[in-house]
Design a protein around this ligand. Sequence first.
Ligand code: SF4
Ligand code: SF4
Length: 387
Amino acid sequence: MKLQELIDDGKRQMRLCNACRYCEGYCAVWRAIEWRRDFTPNDMAYLANLCHDCRECYFACPFTPPHEFGINPPKLFNGLRDELYHQYAWPGPLAKALGGKQSSVWTVVVLTIVFTVVLALSSNTEALWQKHVGPGAFYHVMSEFAMIGLFGFLGIWMLFGWVIGAVRFWRDIKSPNSERVTFQDVKTAISYAMSLRYLGGEGAGCKEPGYEMSRSRRMFHHLIFYGFLLDFASTTLAAFYSHVLKVPAPYPLYHPVVILGALGGIGLIIGITGFLYVKNKSDQSLSDPSATKSGNAFSVSLLVIAVTGMLLLAVRETVAMGIMLMIHLGSVAALFFVAPYSKFAHFVYRFLALVRYAQEERVHAEPVHQDKSPKQPALLHGMPVSK
Ligand code: SF4
Ligand code: SF4
């Protein structure tokens, strides 16, 4: 379904849900719905990113397909999120080409191969097939200057894309009454995000294969999230050792850089494998096919980075180090390149939706609550939509 159709169907479903309100205790989405009398396209963008896809509401609902009301919030929000990542990303045409319907595991594979070949060709091709040991061994294959230049550029590209998407999204979902965001709102949103509170159906877990409540998806997502943070900490520490203390990689096995990186890599491999298994075994009628494809592509790209990182650690004192380094760096470069357009960007939008939710929660908890129903125009990042 196109964005316009999803928004129209979303408004229809949310109006029915607002009359029913059976799911009001399940997650933040349902409270945010109750605070509204009707739904603008911007509200739909906000609600879609507030949903963590636990699916509890779907299994509680008596109006799911084949009922004529056709209520299916997880699928609706799943499809909306996928379309919105491309709507908010910059530059638009590249977002459509790299993150659109074509986005799949094959996009990741092709980009990884392209980056690996380019890196290998621009490296010291003779040194690529030789054994290198000791401090600075990686720089014998690819110069420090080239490595910093390439990943510095891709890092700025990724951050720039995320910031533009975040500004556009916040402009659409922010309080129409210019309500200010407090430090406490941000703190609350961070605690919701770090605990993945709404990926647990408020404690009971998610509906999984066999339709039983399970906390496995939340646990796997935690492993991915904290595994990624450990790897990020390892890379940052390595940069500090290399450029400030002038002690270049590789480091011994007991070094904090290696310990953090290995723990992060193991967390990512277990988390992503489990997450992919649970997601793809679950009822696919609750997911948007295009969103499933791009979600799988992101998971696989992270998995390739984690596996090649661990393999690099295993073979770093052999002749295979050079080529493994190129494959690992190629997969990291591919992920950075598509980051603003891929599922990778979901944490940006989800976090901002949680900040807006924490703000609304605070305002509605105030003793004398004025009517602060949103009064946004029917626009979604400049795109006119029907009422
Ligand atoms: S999802 Fe179904 S049960 Fe829940 S509020 Fe909507 S209509 Fe009611
Ligand atoms: S988080 Fe769960 S309960 Fe809330 S809207 Fe999404 S699927 Fe439904």
